[in-house]
Design a protein around this ligand. Structure first.
Ligand code: AOF
Ligand code: ZN
Length: 363
């Protein structure tokens, strides 16, 4: 176990903070920040990755240099890349600028890098320290890491319900269970996601906008999964001026005659079954590190069963809706014993006015 001193921790935290400035713009790339010190430990320059195709964090920091960095130290929250991608390898820059020490929080899970960047730095005689602020760095890039390891997007499922666990009346009405502030919080949560998924039923019933109300630019990709393709001719999702929309249909059950209802500005993809994993894989291939699932009971249940959901966000309003046939957030998981039910990690709880917000992880 290496003991890092308080100055090392301070600079790595600074790199992590700089990295976080890329939140909402870097996908499919990770959030990365870099800090360069001179050989006496004075700050020389900083950088962060803003967008795919633009300079990496280290490159930005080297571009910002005004003094010689020879013999200096670099702090970076992710292993520097060693591949020629949209931009040149960062390890080459670190070596050629004469850096002598590198503090790297975590390994890059991208197979093109994954340990090779660290090896090249070591081979060049640079002293590499790994693991500083590891947990914070893993948390920051959990979606990027998840997509690289699983080839599917990190999924967060959200629903709003009454105190008795109902998400709507039996006539389908669900506007509004939670208060205005909870609904605004959902808009700001959406800004942290690359895509938002709903099912055809939610589109037909609610005609949602599914935007962050301008908090994220461009807006997250709006995705509707349909088994039938029987979608309305008029829908807020067809307005591509607001945000891009993707329709994913199950080719084993959909009727293609309905395709003509969808405007040409909307992207369309087919998948061979209704397995939500195929949606998650498709979105990962499209570069979505994370996906916000705002779907109804059936898709929510199959998405959990298929392993597409890693976190849950529940809004609970102090209301009783009641009724045996009123809507619940999930369909049947077909559990027959209590030891089969889904056990969640200890949730985080907060209040939004009178509403309760619960965040939990699926272990
Ligand atoms: C770094 N520093 O700031 C970032 C890195 O398409 P490219 O060329 O931008 O390469 C993307 C890959 O580079 C990405 O999957 C990840 O492995 C790494 N991202 N690496 O050294 C950075 N953003
Ligand atoms: Zn790089």
């Amino acid at each position: 176990m290496i003991n890092f001193n308080s100055s090392d921790i301070k600079w790595m935290k600074r790199a992590i903070f700089l990295a976080s400035l890329g939140k909402g713009t870097t996908s499919p790339n990770p959030m990365v920040g870099a800090v360069i010190l001179d050989k006496d430990g004075n700050l020389l320059s900083e950088g962060f990755h803003y967008k795919s195709g633009m300079p990496h964090a280290e490159a930005m920091a080297f571009n910002n240099l005004k003094k010689d960095a020879r013999g200096g130290t670099i702090y970076v929250n992710l292993e520097p890349c060693c591949h020629q991608g949209k931009t040149p390898p960062c390890v080459d820059k670190i070596i050629s600028f004469g850096i002598k020490k590198a503090y790297i929080s975590i390994k890059d899970p991208d197979k093109r890098v994954s340990g090779k960047g660290i090896k090249l730095l070591k081979d060049a005689g640079i002293k590499v320290h790994q693991g500083l602020c590891k947990r914070e760095s893993q948390e920051l890039n959990k979606s990027f890491i998840h997509r690289n390891i699983t080839d599917s997007s990190f999924g967060v499922l959200k629903w709003a319900m009454s105190m008795d666990g109902r998400v709507g009346l039996k006539n389908g009405k669900s506007k509004w269970i939670t208060n205005k502030d909870s609904r605004s919080l959902v808009h700001s949560h959406r800004a942290g996601f690359d895509a938002i998924v709903i099912g055809g039923n939610t589109l037909r019933k609610d005609n949602p906008l599914l935007t962050s109300r301008g908090l994220r630019k461009p807006e997250p990709l709006r995705v509707v999964f349909t088994k039938t393709l029987d979608l309305p001719e008029k829908s807020n999702l067809w307005d591509s001026n607001l945000a891009k929309t993707l329709v994913v249909y199950d080719s084993s059950t959909a009727n293609k005659k309905y395709l003509k209802r969808i405007p040409s500005s909307v992207e369309i993809e087919e998948i061979p079954s209704d397995d939500p994993k195929l949606i998650s894989n498709l979105l990962a291939r499209k570069g979505c590190n994370n996906v916000f699932w705002e779907c109804g009971p059936k898709l929510a249940t199959s998405a959990i069963k298929a392993g597409c959901i890693q976190e849950l966000m529940t809004f609970i309003a102090p209301k009783i809706i009641g009724g045996v046939s009123n809507m619940s957030p999930f369909a049947d998981f077909e559990f027959t014993e209590m030891n089969e039910v889904l056990n969640l990690n200890t949730p985080e709880i907060s209040f939004i006015g009178n509403d309760i917000f619960v965040k939990s992880l699926i272990p």
